[in-house]
Design a protein around this ligand. Structure first.
Ligand code: C2E
Ligand code: MG
Ligand code: MG
Ligand code: MG
Length: 285
C-alpha cells in the first residue's frame, strides 16, 4: 500500500516502483478493468509523405488514462505486460483494435496504411505468427509491424524467422527507433524490412551543414540503399521538416505535424481541406 501511495502522489506510474510485485499485480488488475471501460485505447499519429505532402499512414500508440493515477506511459505498461505474461494478449488487442479502426476510417472515405508496435519480447516465440492469420485486413500491405532493432539481438535466428513470416503474409515491417541505442549494421543487414524509422535522438541539434545533418543524410541513404522507405519520428518544428526533405527522407511524423490523437479526432483532422500545419510556401520550394 506504500507503493500505491507513491503512485497516487505522482499521478504517474513510474519505473522505480515497477518492481514491486504487489503493486504490479494490482495494476495488472486495473488494466483488465481499463480495457473494459475504455480507459485503455489507441491514439493515432499520422505519417506525412514529404514529397506528396499527403498523409500516407498512421501509427497506433497505446494510451491508458488511469482513473486514479492519471496517464500511464505506454512503454511502462507494455514492459509490465511483458513481465507478467500478458504481452500476447495486449498485442492481440492492439492489432484487432487497429484493424477495426482502419476499416472504420476506410468506410468514411479515408483508406490509410496502419502501423502497430510489436514488443521485441514476443519476437521469436511464434505467437505473432498465430496472430497473423486472424487479422482481417483489406490488403496485407496496408498493415505494418514496427519492431525495434534491439528486439532482434537476443535471439536473431528466431526473431528473423518470425519477421520473414510477417513478410510472407504480405504485411510489412518497420525498424523502429533506428539510431538509438545499439544500432548494429550486422543486424540491420539481416532484417527483412520495408521501412527504416529514424529515432528522434538523431534529429536533435540538427542544423544545415551540421555533423548531425551529415549523419542524418547518411542514414537516409543507408535505408534507401537497403531498399527501404525512411521515416523520421519526433519532428517538432518546420526547420527539421525542411532538413528532412533536403536529405531525401520519405516520411515524417511528429508533434509539428500532428500529435497522437483518438480516432474521432484523427478523422476530423484528416478531413480538413488542408491541415493548418502545412506552411505551403515554405514546403513547396
Ligand atoms: P515509438 O513506437 O518509438 O513511438 C514514438 C513515441 O514518440 C510515442 O511515444 C509518440 O507519442 C512520441 N512522439 C511522437 N511525436 C513526437 C514528437 O514530435 N516529439 C516527442 N518528444 N515525442 C513524439 P509514446 O506514445 O509514449 O510511446 C512510447 C513507446 O511505447 C513507443 O515508442 C513504443 O515503443 C511503445 N508502444 C506504444 N504503443 C505500443 C503498443 O501498442 N505495443 C507495444 N508493444 N509498444 C507500444
Ligand atoms: Mg513505433
Ligand atoms: Mg520509435
Ligand atoms: Mg521509441
Amino acid at each position: 500500500d506504500q507503493a500505491r501511495g507513491a503512485f497516487a502522489k505522482t499521478g504517474l506510474f513510474d519505473a522505480k516502483s515497477y518492481g514491486d510485485p504487489v503493486a504490479n499485480l494490482s495494476l495488472m488488475g486495473d488494466m483488465l478493468t481499463g480495457f473494459e471501460n475504455g480507459d485503455i485505447f489507441l491514439a493515432y499519429q499520422p505519417k506525412l509523405n514529404l514529397q506528396t505532402q499527403k498523409i500516407e499512414s498512421v501509427e497506433a500508440l497505446l494510451r491508458w488514462r488511469h482513473p486514479q493515477r492519471g496517464m500511464i506511459r505506454p512503454d511502462i505498461f507494455v514492459t509490465m505486460a511483458e513481465n507478467t505474461g500478458h504481452i500476447r494478449a495486449l498485442t492481440e488487442w492492439v492489432a484487432q483494435r487497429a484493424v477495426a479502426d482502419q476499416r472504420t476510417l476506410a468506410d468514411s472515405g479515408l483508406p490509410l496504411r496502419f502501423s502497430i508496435n510489436v514488443s521485441g519480447r514476443q519476437l521469436g516465440d511464434g505467437s505473432l505468427i498465430e496472430l497473423l492469420d486472424t487479422l482481417e485486413v483489406s490488403s496485407p500491405d496496408q498493415l505494418c509491424f514496427e519492431i525495434t532493432e534491439t528486439a532482434v539481438m537476443g535471439d536473431p535466428d528466431n526473431a528473423v524467422s518470425d519477421m520473414r513470416a510477417i513478410c510472407e503474409h504480405g504485411f510489412s515491417i518497420s525498424i523502429d527507433d533506428y539510431g538509438s541505442g545499439l544500432s548494429s549494421l550486422a543486424y540491420l543487414k539481416m532484417i527483412p524490412a520495408q521501412e527504416l524509422k529514424i529515432d528522434r535522438s538523431l534529429l536533435l541539434g540538427l542544423a544545415p551543414q551540421s555533423r548531425e545533418a551529415f549523419m542524418l543524410r547518411s542514414t537516409v541513404e543507408l535505408g534507401h540503399g537497403l531498399g527501404m522507405k525512411v521515416v523520421a519520428e519526433g519532428v517538432e518544428d518546420v526547420e527539421t521538416l525542411e532538413i528532412l526533405r533536403d536529405v531525401g527522407c520519405d516520411l515524417a511524423q511528429g508533434y509539428f505535424i500532428c500529435r497522437p490523437v483518438p480516432l474521432a479526432d484523427l478523422t476530423d483532422w484528416l478531413k480538413q481541406e488542408r491541415p493548418a500545419f502545412l506552411p505551403e510556401a515554405r514546403l513547396s520550394a
